[in-house]
Design a protein around this ligand. Structure first.
Ligand code: HH2
Length: 301
C-alpha cells in the first residue's frame, strides 16, 4: 500500500487554478497577508510605500507563503468607507512592486469590479471578495465575477452579513452553519453563471464577519459541512478578536491562539489558511496536515 508523505493528504489531490497558476491542494496552503492600509486591525500603517510592500512580500515568500493577499481597505468592524480612487492609489503601485519581486500567485482583497480590473492589469491572479458578490451588502452585483471570468482570475467568496460598518450589530442566527452554506452556495452559483469555472472558486465562512465568539467557534468546528459546496475552503482566523476575547489578549499577542485556530481549521478540512504570521503558521499547519493524513491513511502503521 502506498503511503502519503507526511503533511500531505492521500488520495487524488484537488487542483486550484488561480489566473493561470495551478496550485496543488494535496496539502493545506498558507496565504500571507499584506495590508496596504493605514488602519487594519492588527497591522495598519506598516507598509506605507511600494518598497515596504515589496520587502514584506519577499519576507513572506521566504517564510513559506504559498500565495499572498494584498488588501488596501480595512474590513475591521466599523471601518469607514474608502473611495475606489483611494483604494487604487494604495493598491496598484504596491501590487506592481510585489509582482516584479515575487513569483507567488497574488490575490487582491477587493469587492469593487473597477479595482479588480486594474489589479488584473497589474498582475493579480485572484480576487478575494469579502462580500461574496454582495458588493457592500446593499447592491449585490456580479460585476466582480465578470472581471474574474474575463481575466481568468481565481475568486474567493466569503460570507459576511451586512457590511463592516454594521456586521457586529446583530450576530444572532437561527442556523449559522446552514445560513453560511446556503449563502455561499448562492454566490458560487452566481459566479459560475457569470463564467467563472468552479476550478477557480474558493469559499470562506468569514470568521469574524458578523459572528459572535461562539459563532466563530461553531464555524471552525463544523467547517466540514462546507465541503458539500464542492469548493476548496479558505479560513482566515489570524489575530481576530474572538481569539483576544477567549484569551483576554490584545491584538499583538494572539500568535498562539491564531495557530491553534489554524490547526483546528485544517483538521476540520480547510484547504487554505490566511495568516499574518506565515513562518509559524506554515509549521503548525504542516503538523495538522500530517495528523489529518494519518487519520485518512487508516489504522496500520
Ligand atoms: N479577513 C480579513 C480581511 N479579508 N478575506 C477572507 N477571504 N477571509 C478573511 O477571513 C478575511 C479576509 C480581516 O483581516 P485583515 O486583513 O488582517 O484586517 P483588515 O480587514 O482590518 O485589513
Amino acid at each position: 500500500m502506498s503511503r502519503a508523505e507526511p503533511g500531505s493528504r492521500p488520495g487524488p489531490s484537488l487542483k486550484l487554478d488561480l489566473g493561470g497558476r495551478e496550485l496543488d491542494l494535496g496539502r493545506p496552503l498558507v496565504m500571507g497577508i499584506l495590508n496596504l492600509t493605514p488602519d487594519s486591525f492588527s497591522d495598519g500603517g506598516l507598509l506605507p510605500t511600494p518598497a515596504a510592500a515589496r520587502e514584506r512580500a519577499l519576507a513572506l515568500a521566504a517564510e513559506g507563503a504559498d500565495l499572498l493577499d494584498l488588501g488596501a481597505v480595512s474590513t475591521r468592524p466599523g471601518a469607514p468607507q474608502v473611495s475606489p480612487d483611494e483604494e487604487m492609489r494604495r493598491l496598484l503601485p504596491a501590487l506592481t512592486a510585489v509582482r516584479a519581486a515575487v513569483d507567488l500567485p497574488l490575490s487582491v482583497d477587493t469587492y469593487r469590479a473597477e479595482v479588480a480590473a486594474a489589479a488584473a492589469d497589474s498582475g493579480a491572479n485572484c480576487l478575494n471578495d469579502v462580500t461574496a458578490l454582495g458588493a457592500s451588502g446593499e447592491h449585490p452585483s456580479d460585476a466582480l465575477a465578470r472581471v474574474a471570468a474575463a481575466r481568468g482570475l481565481g475568486l474567493v467568496l466569503m460570507h459576511m452579513r451586512g457590511t463592516p460598518e454594521t456586521m457586529q450589530l446583530d450576530t444572532r442566527y437561527a442556523d449559522l452553519v446552514g445560513e453560511v452554506r446556503a449563502h455561499l452556495a448562492l454566490a458560487v452559483g452566481r459566479a459560475v453563471h457569470a463564467g467563472v469555472p468552479r476550478a477557480r472558486i474558493l469559499v470562506d465562512p468569514g470568521i469574524g464577519f458578523g459572528k459572535s465568539v461562539e459563532g466563530n467557534l461553531l464555524l471552525l468546528a463544523r467547517l466540514g459541512e462546507l465541503a458539500a459546496l464542492g469548493q476548496p475552503i479558505l479560513v482566515g482566523a489570524s489575530r481576530k478578536s474572538f481569539i483576544g476575547r477567549l484569551l483576554d489578549l490584545d491584538v499583538h499577542d494572539r500568535l498562539e491562539g491564531s495557530l491553534a485556530a489554524a490547526v483546528a481549521a485544517v483538521l476540520a478540512g480547510a484547504h487554505v489558511i490566511r495568516a499574518h504570521d506565515v513562518r509559524a503558521t506554515v509549521r503548525a499547519v504542516r503538523i495538522a496536515a500530517a495528523v489529518r493524513a494519518a487519520a485518512a491513511a487508516g489504522s496500520g502503521v
